[in-house]
Design a protein around this ligand. Sequence first.
Ligand code: PLP
Length: 452
Amino acid sequence: MDEIKRDYVFHRDLTKKYPMITHGEGSYLIDEQGKKYLDGCSGAVAANLGHGIAQIAEAMAEQAKKAAFVHTLRFETDVLHKLAGVIGKMAPLHLNKVYFTSGGSEANESALKLARQYHRDAGKTQKHIVIGRWQSYHGNTIGALSAGGDVKRRYPYTPNLLHFAHVYSPYCHRCPYNRNQEDCVANQNWSCVTDIERTILELGPENISAFIAEPIVGSQQGAVVPPLDYFKKVRELCSRYDILLIIDEVMTGFGRTGTDFAVEQFGIEPDILTFGKGVSAGYAPLGGMIVHDSLIQGLLENSSGKFLHGYTYSGHPVSIAAGLAALDMYEEMNILQNVETQGAYLMECLVALQRKHPYISDIRGRGLLIGLELMKDANQQIFFEPREAASEKLNEICMELGGVFYPGSGSIDGHKGEHIIISPPLNITKSEVDEIVRLLDHAFSIFYQHIR
Ligand code: PLP
């Protein structure tokens, strides 16, 4: 049986075999040998309550017993309304309509299409280009990949990608515009913002439908937080040039960075906010977008109220039931408080660890989304070569030791720049944080011998 399973699965890396997981317990995954892995990245920053939450599993089972499938093109379910209501109340004030998908890529595809349709039906037929950022990931489907800037994921498909534009995101620690933050603030002249305006003017605002960004850059850069005013300036530019602002909270949403949505911390309202991952705490494929009242008004006035888009599994009742139960659990567990407490403690421990391990050249992030940048020599600013696959190697060592994190590379120019993300379940305990830090400490000492 095992052999059959292994032989027929098309893994992304066909050369590798992975531990066979039989079940999970709290923050741990357990393989067939009984080995435990502390899930230091909540899977793909999705299993935000760890494993074995009976309430969520039971809510899903109850819903599945009621109906196999309910087509949202023809029918409604009460869970659909309840979940949309809970999410709508969490969202910024004027974002009130929730559209469901099966994940983050589909959510961003939906947002890009909605932006295009909204403008087109209002008579602005030229508006079709999306401006994204080189340091951003929005998913692997063609539209989302075109909007994102992950060079490694994009390059084989370049001829298939849409002609979207890209600017650099504010990565002040290694500013792509060679500026420093104090100087930008003192002179109120931010190259990362003026570059957006330059791009808008060059392409012609009449051709641009949307600007899309992650509020805190996740997988591609390792939890890089922008300066406080950046998004206010972006919001102002988008409004000035009639460009819709799409904020991708697929990784950051539902408490991951200490607030329901990260955008709250930057004091702006986007036109569309996309979500995924944590909404169902990883129990079922679920994502979606929350849409500003003005877009809904536009659709009612100019499009006969119809969004020309849809997926078979939009609003699948079992996924929706999982989402509803997960959001209930977040509230019941007072998850935001735990993120604040354990996030601050984890950060403090990692800063202490950095003094011991010269490979950690930067620590950044918010709440329980923390990135460690890795360099060959932080003092002399020597980067790892991409072929050394340093973050993957570090994670392999961690897995040997019984932990797993989220490795990434290419934060500098698409190739150079290694990091790992530490993003444990949001209900992690203090002793589990201690275990993460002990595990990383041990892994770094082994890593040191490997790399020399
Ligand atoms: N947007 C962000 C910010 C993500 O981190 C991801 C996935 O990692 C996606 C979109 C794509 O989501 P999915 O893999 O669910 O399609």
